[in-house]
Design a binder for this molecule. Structure first.
Ligand SMILES: Nc1ncnc2c1ncn2[C@@H]1O[C@H](COP(=O)(O)OP(=O)(O)OP(=O)(O)O)[C@@H](O)[C@H]1O
Ligand SMILES: [Mg+2]
Length: 305
């Protein structure tokens, strides 16, 4: 399965959430890989705590492969190469977790027919090897989104399930922007149809993910005044209505993640140790990532509406 992670705005939590969902998915027993297609800023290595590639690899990465300068992209076995402590090592039942970083210093590039062909070959090859291939696209409308919409219409990939996770924060501006990225004039649906996608199946392959949402009922909520609680509740209600009106209502939502103090300060994987042993992260955050990983492969979450 191919999973494309995108967002309209930058800084939505797309990469941190996708890395954590990939990690949880591997812990659930799936063989998982993560392709850094954020060509302008390939920094997913830092989230996986693989510091040697924290801003991309010095060896051939995704840029080199797609631009034809290399045939074998650098792969990082996250379980083996992450700068982790012993208790965090790969549990016996976990699947593989492999990062394909971008090139250090690589930038955005145009994606002509040759790049599209290499991208197709890459997806076909990795789909054979892995149960789930996460592809972290950059924010906004990019050449990479266009290329991926093109590649996924190819007959070779017809039998391969592909799903989109569209990330947004729980604010008015983010909801409006995410809606436009999917339903707008130059959005995913219109562009996909132009490339030859069937509208209904493309629509069924898209779900939204709300990130860093403050849980108003949580006892963890820092002390705030009654007036603020009332305002937040009214605001939340308004956002629910706006989301439903713009096509981001609950049936189109794959899940949401709570605001977590660790992630506010550091982009990282939330391990079970972070929740149970050191207790620096919230259980709800870990559970939200695990739930997203489960729902990603549950066909009922992706049925026609
Ligand atoms: N659930 C959360 N609670 C608190 N902070 C979060 C949460 N999820 C993500 N963040 C933080 O939000 C910031 C942006 O996240 P991230 O870098 O993943 O976003 P992005 O959409 O990939 O950004 P970019 O467009 O720059 O690639 C990071 O500092 C991250 O740790
Ligand atoms: Mg990112």
């Amino acid at each position: 399965m191919l999973v494309f992670a995108t967002s309209d705005k930058g800084g939505t939590g797309r990469s941190v959430t996708s890395c954590n969902v990939a990690y949880r998915s591997a812990l659930q027993g799936n063989d998982v890989c993560y392709l850094d297609f954020d060509f302008g800023s390939p920094t997913s290595g830092s989230i996986f705590e693989t510091r040697s590639v924290e801003t991309g690899t010095q060896r051939p990465g995704m840029h080199s492969l797609l631009q034809g300068r290399a045939t074998e992209p650098t792969r990082i076995d996250v379980w083996a190469e992450a700068d982790w402590q012993a208790p965090r090592l790969r549990p016996p039942h976990a699947g593989s977790l492999v990062l394909f970083p971008g090139d250090r210093g690589g930038g955005e590039f145009l994606m002509g027919p040759e790049v599209i062909r290499r991208c197709l070959e890459l997806f076909l090859r990795l789909n054979e090897e892995f149960d789930i291939c996460f592809v972290d696209l950059s924010a906004g409308r990019s050449h990479a989104i266009d290329a991926v919409l093109e590649v996924t219409t190819r007959k070779e990939l017809r039998a391969v399930t592909h799903r989109w996770m569209v990330y947004h924060r729980w604010t008015q501006q983010h909801i409006v922007a995410a809606a436009d990225l999917v339903y707008g004039e130059r959005g995913l649906l219109k562009t996909g149809i132009e490339h030859g996608h069937d509208e209904a199946s493309l629509r069924n392959s898209i779900r939204f993910v709300r990130t860093a949402v403050q849980d108003l009922n949580s006892s963890d909520l820092m002390p705030i005044r009654d007036t603020q609680v009332v305002w937040l509740q009214a605001c939340d209600k308004g956002l629910q209505l706006l989301a439903a009106k713009r096509g981001l209502g609950s049936s189109m939502v794959l899940g949401s993640t709570p605001m977590d103090p660790v992630l506010q300060w550091q982009e990282q994987l939330i391990t079970d140790d972070d929740v149970s042993a050191t207790q620096i992260a919230n259980t709800a955050t870990r559970d939200a990532f695990a739930e997203l990983a489960r729902r990603l492969t549950e066909d009922t979450a992706w049925e026609g509406l």
